[in-house]
Structures are given as C-alpha cells and as structure tokens.
Design a protein around this ligand. Structure first.
Ligand code: ATP
Length: 234
C-alpha cells in the first residue's frame, strides 16, 4: 500500500500541495482528479521524489519514500510515467523497451519483451521501427510498456489520455484495468478526464488548489452530482 500523509510541497513561494492525505491500496486503481493547477502533477512528482515535500510523508511498505533519492525509487518498485509521452525518437520501439528494464529489480528474463508485445500488439508490429513514427496513442502505450519493463509494484501515470482519440483512451484504460486485475499492480492515475478515469478506478481523490476535497470510492464520486459539477467537469 502507498500511504500519503499530510503531504505539502511547492515551488518557491507557491504552495502547490497542501496537507494531502490518502492511501492507494495494492491491486487497485486510485484516480487523482481536479482542475488545471489543482496540484495533481505535483502530487505525483512529490511521491516519486522529483519534488521534495516541505511537510508530510509517503510510505511504500516499510519505506518512507520522502527520504529516498529519485533514482532509487525504481528499485523499490515505483515507476512514474510523466505527462508528455517522452519516448526516445532516435531509438527503435524495442530499444525504448529495453531501456525500461535497466532499472528492474530482478534479473532479466526472456519473457518480458514478449509480455510487453502481448499486452501491446501495436508495438509488436513496430518493434524494429523508430519510435519517431509512432502515433500519440502508440507513444503512450510505449511509455507505459517501458515503465512496466522494470516490473514495478506501483505505477504513477500522469494524464495518459491527454489529446488521444476516445477509442484509444478506452483501449489504454482497459489495459490498465487488466494489469491491475491480473498482476496486482497498484496504479495512481492522474486524469483531467474524470469520467473515464472513474469508470476504471476503484477509488478517487479530488484535489482543488492543492488541497484534498474528498477521497472516496469511484462509484461514490461518480454518483455525486454536486461534486461532479463543481470539480470533475461532467
Ligand atoms: P495540470 O493539469 O495543469 O498539469 P495540475 O493539477 O497537475 O495541473 P500542478 O501542475 O501540480 O497542477 O500545479 C499546481 C500549482 O503549482 C499550480 O498553481 C502551478 O501553477 C504551480 N506550479 C507547477 N509547476 C510549477 C513550477 N515548476 N514552478 C512554479 N509553479 C509551479
């Protein structure tokens, strides 16, 4: 379980995250929702050690992640897929995937590229091609697949649906749901697209101006009309 407690962080005088607490249970998808500037990206960056909190803690099992260097996070099982689909366009699809396993916990097994291609058949077809030729949806699949090559126990995903066609979003979200169901992966999913995120999430947290508004089951959040109108945009 990932436990965030009283997390407070910012950029100079700007407080982007203010006393946020919630837990993300193992084998569940926790959606982090809220408008632009709510602090969602900062939350993920603080969990993964890219931003240092001024207060609070992030616990993963017995580890307090706020004392762990960002580059050691992967070895503790944490993978962070930031916004923006940063594939390395000078490399092939397969070379991008191989990069992902440099940080893995266990010794390389033969199956993991095969597993990535089984999960993402579109990448298998393009394995020898430059990542430059990939569509937005394929790039999103590649950055998720690359993160999974490290065999994480916790996957932090920042806005995977941004700018993608609804059909592709459904495909990616279905895949996330199956990963969680099959592998017990813990997912923290930051999304502007609250409706889609809540359709696959177990729980959700809503942020506004850096503060936690509510943390509840996805069904309860999706069923709260006032909350939807005020914070979720649907
Ligand atoms: P978005 O959906 O637009 O990415 P968000 O919910 O992810 O929004 P954050 O990006 O975490 O929100 O931003 C939270 C606050 O911190 C905002 O007020 C933003 O302007 C500010 N902020 C974010 N990054 C920086 C930075 N590098 N320097 C200064 N302020 C920042």
């Amino acid at each position: 379980m990932l436990a965030v407690e009283d997390l407070t962080a910012g950029y100079g005088p700007v407080t982007a995250l203010d006393g946020v607490s919630f837990t993300a249970a193992r084998g569940q998808i926790t959606a982090v929702l809220g408008a632009n500037g709510a602090g969602k990206t900062t939350l993920l960056r603080t969990i993964s050690g890219l931003v240092r909190p001024s207060r609070g803690s992030v616990r993963l099992g017995e580890h307090d992640l706020t004392t762990v260097a960002a580059e050691r996070m992967a070895r503790l099982g944490l993978a962070h897929v930031p916004e923006g689909r940063g594939v390395i366009t000078e490399l092939t699809v397969e070379e991008n995937l191989r990069l992902g396993r440099l940080v893995r916990l266990r010794r390389v097994g033969a199956g993991d590229l095969d597993r990535a291609y089984a999960l993402f058949p579109a990448l298998a077809q393009r394995r020898r091609q430059s990542a430059h030729v990939l569509s937005g949806g394929e790039r999103q699949m590649l950055v998720i697949a690359r993160a999974l090559m490290a065999e994480p126990t916790v996957l932090l995903l920042d806005e995977p649906s941004l700018g993608l066609a609804p059909r592709i979003v459904v495909q990616i979200f279905d895949l996330l749901a199956s990963l969680v169901a099959d592998d017990g992966l813990t997912v923290v999913l930051v999304e502007q697209n609250a409706r889609s995120a809540l359709s696959i999430a177990d729980r959700g947290v809503v942020l506004n101006l850096g503060r936690l508004v509510v943390s509840d089951t996805a069904a309860a959040l999706a069923g709260d009309e006032q909350l939807r109108h005020a914070y979720l945009g649907f």
